[in-house]
Design a binder for this molecule. Sequence first.
Ligand code: ZN
Length: 478
Amino acid sequence: MLLAIDESGERISPYKGGVAKCSICNSKVIAVCGIINIHHWRHEINPNCDPWQEHETEWHRSWKNEFPKDWQEIVVKENDEIHRADVKTPNGLVLELQNSSILAPIIQEREAFYKNMIWLINADSFKDNFEIYSKVNSKLDEIKNYYKQYDYSSSNWYVNSLEEELASLIPERDRLIRMVDSKESLFINYSMDLDNFDFVFSKTMSINNQHGNFTHENQHIQEIKEYKANLQLRKTDKENINKKIKLIQSFEFAKINGYEKYRYVDFKLVNASSFNKCKVVKIDSINQLFPEIVSINSELSFNSYSNRRDVLLLMNLEDDLRNCFEKCIEYNGRISNLHYLINQKTEDVKTELEKYLKEKTEKYKIEFERAKNELSNIQFRIESKATEIHTVHEEIENSNKELREQHLKEKIDKEIAAKKKLKGQYVYHWKHKRKSWDFSKNKLFLDFDTHIFQIKSNTNLVKMSKEEFIEMVKNWNR
Ligand SMILES: [Zn+2]
């Protein structure tokens, strides 16, 4: 105990060498004033004058010292019972400090005696039997998990579908780029051919490999080929006729009266079938006044003369020569006609080639322009789509930003509200419950050393600091 009664009946604190009396049993108490423990009084003989008084510890003493001396160790008398309350406030509240375990009947007995009382129980020996959860922390976890479910990413099914549409336009654009290139080069090739038309024309006519389709399909070029082949044949004919004429003209005239148109011809140059055009003259009669001239009547006769050395062959070749000249004229006519046709056809080819090149140039110019238009059209669509995607992205990001800000504000509000509402509230669970305290009707406080818990129910605790607890006791009102 911290207070004893001196000779004049005053409540006094221990002092070195002090002796005084117990406020209940009146027996002698002596002061214990060591270095370590709080100074206190101790019964010299009868240590258990108050049966409720448990063995006093430093825990008891330091708690009593939290209150004014006048409130400490107050003797309470009721009928014939006398007890010493650990702390009793001027408002009449008794604070009972309980260090060790206690039986249920004793709890009830004390509560019945003091009535207006609260318990402070030293939980030091059993606080590990508690599982305690902060209600604030549970609520904060709950709030945190609630907002975790939101997805603030900037893509969604709509953006994905736009991106797919954009991607589907790319192959078409690439195809059109190739198309523009090929049409442009065709257009350039044909227009260059037009610019160098004379050169292209001469190539077309000579090698026949320029503008294959044109050459292949053009009727005139085929005809010109035939004309040229024909021309070659006629020229050969004409050469042969000219050779024949020269040969005939190389034969000597006979200079025989009546046979002036006859020429001397070598038997070897004449075919026997031409016997009716032939005559023979005896060589030794040539210079006579009337040379001996014989007609040939058959091939047999021709052959027999041809083996003789005393005759020469005479032939009248004037008809042949005339025929040759006539043929020569005819061939010339045909040759110049072919030349004429070839020239005319060549002019036709020229006209048609020019027309062909112009048509092709125009065709590819149109196709080139059309492909360019289609390309710029699809490029416009691609740019629009990209802009749309960008805009939608921004919209989503902005709305996400707003949502995120709104959520953050909500979350902070909820957290503040939870902290306010649940401040100091804990959920607990006894691992090994001390059942005796179930029989208490009064308020129970547990000293966890660093703080105090009030037991609110079988599951709830309210936390407070030591200072808050002391203030609460000091200001207690019934
Ligand atoms: Zn006593």
